[in-house]
Design a protein around this ligand. Structure first.
Ligand SMILES: *Cc1c(COP(=O)(O)O)cnc(C)c1O
Length: 498
């Protein structure tokens, strides 16, 4: 198994050995990195396929054993015994202990049937039982262990530099805190996260964790990360790595729970399942796309957005139009407040027939013209949008009022309290549910993280899992900074001592 960049000519790997590290990388080669050197994203040269017999055998597996089976297909350069040890260390009921009282924590991503009537079946898959109560833990906990393993093997260190609108940052920090040879520099938009999220991140006192509150929105933070990462000399000297959602290992870790959800919701491989995914950077649902390309019988992949509807617009019209910072809404499902979807290029690569030159041209157009149009209309950039149905994608959006109403309805109808992102998912799932096809909605956070909106919807506080009772009262450690790249570099240099 080797990996190619969405913008690199894969045939260059064989014709030009000097290009090999660009065009044909191993899992370990790309583990600690983010973007490919040419600015593209990494994908397997071919998606590994899963047979019906394998799927049958996987029905009986524990979450860790399923993870091992899937990771072995992607990380072919890591010894199998090491993969086994890493997965067993990661997927424990101790780490995913924040399950609801009636859920089995050992299931790691327990399913809950919300509705099963007249052939319409709606199921919730909990991905938010990890240490930070959001689905980012699913990938990040594996990444923490993989990084530790890889760095020890190479005898080197790593400075993780990332941007977060909330959940990524805390998940990264909780996965990396206290790890030898790793520091985390995490940018977040100043005063734009919920009180709970802020407390979760800023209360960490570990000396290897640096929280930087940027005076701007999430995309200003992301632009700073890109600017620093594009300075290859600085990046190399300070051993800068990333954990943002374009990291390939994160995507792989997310592929696992699509298999798990499918296998737990069905009895045979004849059954089809659809997934609705609360989406922002397209990382989560990109893993669903990959699971589907591997042969998992997924019918529809439904993208749910909030008011920041870049992706919904694309999947309705074929037009990808990124928003400016000033057009990015600050919503009550803030982890989906994005103006461009950083993982979207992976899907576009498949959509345009894995043509790297075309991907390069389209994303160059995003930089110059703010987007591209694949609708096939006169004057558009292409007509590949007509292929979208082949990949099973659908979409929908939800606004604040709809989110609040959905939280109420779910509490009334099913007796559980869901968070705002999951509410966007349920709202859009209900519009796309079909008879005879189980609809699984991915629960991407627990309600306690977004209590302000729960209070608005239900007039009472969301329940907090044990251990989270008073986190807002804990002392906080963070640095406020303007969105200035030179300031940022100086801060990193001062704190890495490299
Ligand atoms: C990150 C996040 C999302 C969006 O996931 P993407 O991979 O960026 O599409 C949705 N909900 C929650 C709670 C999140 O933390």
């Amino acid at each position: 198994m080797h990996y190619v960049s969405t913008r690199a000519d894969a045939s260059a790997a064989s014709s030009s050995p000097s290009n090999a590290s660009f065009s044909a990388a191993s899992f370990s080669d790309i583990l600690l990195g983010g973007l490919a050197p040419d600015g593209g994203l990494y994908l397997p040269a071919e998606y590994p396929q899963v047979t019906g017999a394998e799927l049958d055998a996987w029905r009986k597996l524990s979450y860790a054993d399923l993870a091992i089976a899937i990771l072995k297909k992607f990380a072919t350069d890591i010894p199998e015994a090491d993969i086994e040890a890493l997965a067993r260390k990661t997927y424990t009921s101790e780490t995913y202990r924040n399950a609801r009282p009636d859920e089995n924590a050992a299931d790691i991503t327990p399913l809950r049937v919300l509705e099963d009537e007249g052939g319409r079946k709606l199921v919730l898959q909990a991905l938010s039982n990890g240490p930070t109560l959001a689905f980012k833990d699913m990938a990040m906990q594996l990444l923490g262990n993989l990084f530790e393993y890889a760095l020890a093997k190479e005898g080197t260190e790593l400075n993780i530099f990332g941007a977060t609108s909330g959940d990524t940052g805390s998940a990264a920090e909780y996965a990396m805190r206290g790890k030898q040879g790793i520091r985390v520099f995490m940018l977040s938009p100043h005063k734009k996260m919920s009180a709970f999220q802020t407390a979760q991140m800023f209360s960490l006192q570990d000396p290897n964790i640096f929280n930087i509150a940027v005076e701007g929105v999430f995309d200003d933070c992301q632009d700073m990360v890109k600017a620093v990462s594009n300075d290859l000399e600085f990046k190399a000297r300070h051993k800068i790595g990333t954990v943002n959602s374009i990291n390939w290992a994160r995507v792989v870790a997310q592929v696992i729970y699509y298999f798990r959800g499918y296998l737990a919701a069905t009895k045979s491989n004849e059954e089809k399942v659809s997934f609705t995914v609360p989406s922002g950077n397209f990382g989560n649902i990109c893993a669903g796309h990959i699971a589907r390309m591997m042969g998992l019988p997924i019918d529809k992949l439904v993208v749910a957005t909030n008011e920041n509807d870049v992706l919904d617009e694309f999947f309705r019209t074929g037009i990808y139009r990124v928003r400016k910072s000033s057009e990015t809404h600050h919503t009550s499902s803030p982890s989906m407040d994005i103006s461009k979807a950083s993982n979207f290029e992976r899907f576009v690569y498949d959509l345009v027939g894995r043509d790297p030159a075309r991907v390069k041209a389209l994303f160059a157009k995003v930089e110059t013209d703010g987007g591209f149009d694949l609708s096939g209309a006169p004057g558009s950039d292409g007509d590949e949008f007509k292929q979208v149905a082949r990949y099973g994608f659908k979409s929908g959006k939800s606004t604040h009022d709809e989110r609040v109403q959905t939280i109420r309805d779910v509490a009334d109808d099913y007796g559980i309290v869901i968070d705002t992102h999951t509410a966007d998912g349920i709202k859009v799932a209900k519009e796309n549910i079909e008879k005879g096809v189980t609809m699984i909605v991915l629960e991407t956070a627990l309600a306690a993280k977004f209590n302000e909106t729960i209070l608005e919807a239900l007039g009472e506080d969301a329940e907090r899992p044990a251990g989270f009772e008073n986190i807002e009262a804990l002392p906080q450690k963070f640095t406020v900074m303007p969105p200035n790249v030179e300031n940022m570099k100086a801060y990193i240099a001062a704190n890495t001592g490299l």
